[in-house]
Design a protein around this ligand. Structure first.
Ligand SMILES: Cc1cc2nc3c(=O)[nH]c(=O)nc-3n(C[C@H](O)[C@H](O)[C@H](O)COP(=O)(O)O)c2cc1C
Length: 216
């Protein structure tokens, strides 16, 4: 999705160019983005929403994306009780999440909250592994009535990790999708708004992290 919103374009251009002017882009050029999907379905509206968010972010920043889907981890995730007793695929997924520059997390609403496997995945994440990591919150539901999942379920979960949840989350429901893609104009606009507000925070946090870990 190309960004057409002139306000968003201006905000992002300002953030990225002030970052460059201060010589900060000597750092690794690509941001390591990890998407985490709590869906159990394929095709999935939640995955379509993640695609739309990543498309919008890619208009603003150079990114490399790793996708973690709980349904791909399936039985080994459900059976895992500790980080010590897990297989290679799950270990790699946890490592990707714990070392991301930016997490974009999305879950379908199941009984007013995120899916059980989504929560179980984060139960296996180190308690201090996400401190100050920017987290973009997103969710899909069958109706618009459960949009507050972003605030009453997802934000407190990442608050527990002391992560930096980004100010505007995105919720989409049935009418916002056509042919497996997000087409609802309000949702697309909200994604753009969220990205434009988030880019300065994401760049600031990445810079702090790269300074703290100069070997990266
Ligand atoms: C077990 C189950 C529980 C659900 N509970 C809710 C709910 O409480 N509120 C709601 O709006 N949608 C609910 N839904 C609908 C899904 O959240 C919605 O269809 C979602 O977009 C599916 O995303 P997906 O295609 O990525 O799986 C539920 C669906 C299932 C299968």
């Amino acid at each position: 999705m190309a960004t057409t919103d002139p306000i968003m374009k201006a905000a992002i251009t300002t953030a990225v160019s002030s970052h460059r002017e201060e010589g900060r882009d000597r750092r690794p050029p690509k941001l390591r983005v990890v998407t985490v999907s709590g869906t159990l379905n394929s095709p999935s509206k939640t995955d379509a929403l993640l695609d739309a968010i990543v498309d919008s972010l890619a208009q603003a920043l150079r990114i490399e994306v790793c996708a973690v889907r709980v349904s791909d981890l399936g039985p080994q995730l459900a059976a895992a009780l500790t980080q010590e007793s897990i297989g290679e695929q799950l270990h790699n997924a946890l490592s990707q999440i714990e070392t991301a520059d930016l997490l974009i997390v999305a879950s379908p609403v199941y009984r007013s909250s995120y899916t059980g496997l989504f929560k179980h995945l984060f139960d296996l994440i180190g308690r201090h592994s996400l401190v100050n990591v920017p987290v973009f919150l997103a969710a899909t539901g069958g109706s618009e009535k459960h949009a507050l999942i972003l605030e009453h379920s997802l934000r407190p979960l990442f608050g527990c990790f002391e992560a930096l949840t980004l100010p505007i989350g995105v919720y989409a429901h049935g009418d916002d999708f056509t042919g497996g893609r997000v087409t609802g104009p309000d949702v697309l606009k909200r994604i753009d708004q969220s990205i434009s507000q988030s880019v300065p925070l994401i760049l600031l946090r990445s810079e702090e992290r790269w300074n703290a870990e100069p070997g990266q």
